[in-house]
Design a protein around this ligand. Structure first.
Ligand SMILES: C[S@@+](CC[C@H](N)C(=O)[O-])C[C@H]1O[C@@H](n2cnc3c(N)ncnc32)[C@H](O)[C@@H]1O
Length: 293
């Protein structure tokens, strides 16, 4: 079934009321995007909290009366709306749309990520077979790639790791296939825990090699390496927890951080960690620190 998208732009102050009005008049979803190529910055780190100009898209069933919807939207708002644009959107299997962009990826000397439906191009390398399902983590995103590149260079034999914010389980599974003894996966999203368990099985890992937990149920025992690819704000907030989970002398690998946010995140961990030089891919950085006490 095709859909209709109503597109319009608004300034920052008008966005919330338009979003609310669109939902009230029957939009099945509302999407907000930056209209001026400004980075997403998080208020917790003292940066600009929102974009100045926002592109708003309301998604509607194709059978609606577009003129009636536009009138009804305008009646709910105090500011006049201009440049309303309707576009048809063909239906697709949206949950699986990303699959067409997911190809085998080489992450260094040893490690490859392969979609579960592809034959590995280098069968003798360490291939991670992956179907992220509805969870984040295919390696196509720079934040995941930076962590995979780091893991590729580590000697992990017999080490214990924690993959905090495990998503598809990609990082923990890679660590296990590179020789780690055990990885604990933690995520706030139950879908991620399912995806991680499925991917661990797909990669023929032993049943108990990567147990997964919601944060409240996660074991408090520390590990040799803690990986966390989340976002700068949550990483800064999680500093006490991730610090406790890293053994003295152990390493913490943080990703999901924009270059402009790196210092603020390092500051949150500075008391307990010595950081290596920052690695960067596009506007994203990876921070690796050794726990000094
Ligand atoms: C960017 S994805 C990373 C997934 C995967 N580790 C990777 O590197 O591709 C971030 C994951 O962290 C999870 N997450 C976000 N906030 C969290 C929190 N406070 N505690 C645990 N997990 C969290 C999300 O549900 C998501 O699965």
């Amino acid at each position: 079934m095709p859909w209709l998208q109503l597109k319009l732009t608004a300034n920052r102050s008008g966005t919330a009321s338009i979003e609310y009005a669109l939902m009230k008049i029957g939009a099945v979803s509302v999407t907000l995007e930056d209209n001026a190529d400004q980075p997403i910055l998080e208020p917790a780190l003292g940066e600009t909290p929102l974009w100045d100009q926002v592109k708003i898209t309301g998604l509607f069933d194709a059978n609606i009366d577009t003129a009636a919807i536009a009138t009804s939207l305008q009646q709910r708002l105090s500011q006049p709306l201009t440049h309303l644009q309707w576009e048809q959107l063909e239906d697709k299997d949206w949950e699986r749309e990303w699959m067409s962009n997911f190809h085998p990826i080489c992450c260094g000397e040893r490690l490859w990520i392969c979609p579960s439906w592809c034959a590995p191009p280098q069968p003798t390398k360490v291939n991670i077979l992956l179907d992220p399902g509805l969870a984040f983590g295919t390696g196509t995103h720079p934040t995941t790639f930076l962590c995979m590149q780091w893991l590729d260079k580590q000697l992990l034999d017999d080490l214990e790791l924690i993959d905090y914010g495990c998503g598809s389980g990609i990082l923990g599974i890679a660590a296990l296939k590179l020789g780690a003894r055990r990885v604990i996966g933690v995520d706030i999203d139950p879908q991620a825990l399912i995806a991680t368990a499925d991917n661990a099985q797909r990669n023929q890992l032993a049943d108990n090699a990567m147990p997964v937990f919601l944060p409240d149920n996660a074991p408090e025992a520390s590990a040799d390496i803690v990986l966390a690819n989340i976002l700068a704000g949550p990483l800064a907030e999680l500093a006490p927890i991730l610090t406790n989970l890293t053994r003295p002398g152990g390493k913490l690998c943080l990703s999901g951080i924009l270059d402009v946010q790196a210092q603020a995140v390092m500051d949150a961990y500075a008391k307990d960690f010595d950081f290596e030089p920052i690695a960067q891919k596009e506007e994203w950085v990876r921070l690796v620190g050794r726990k000094i006490r």
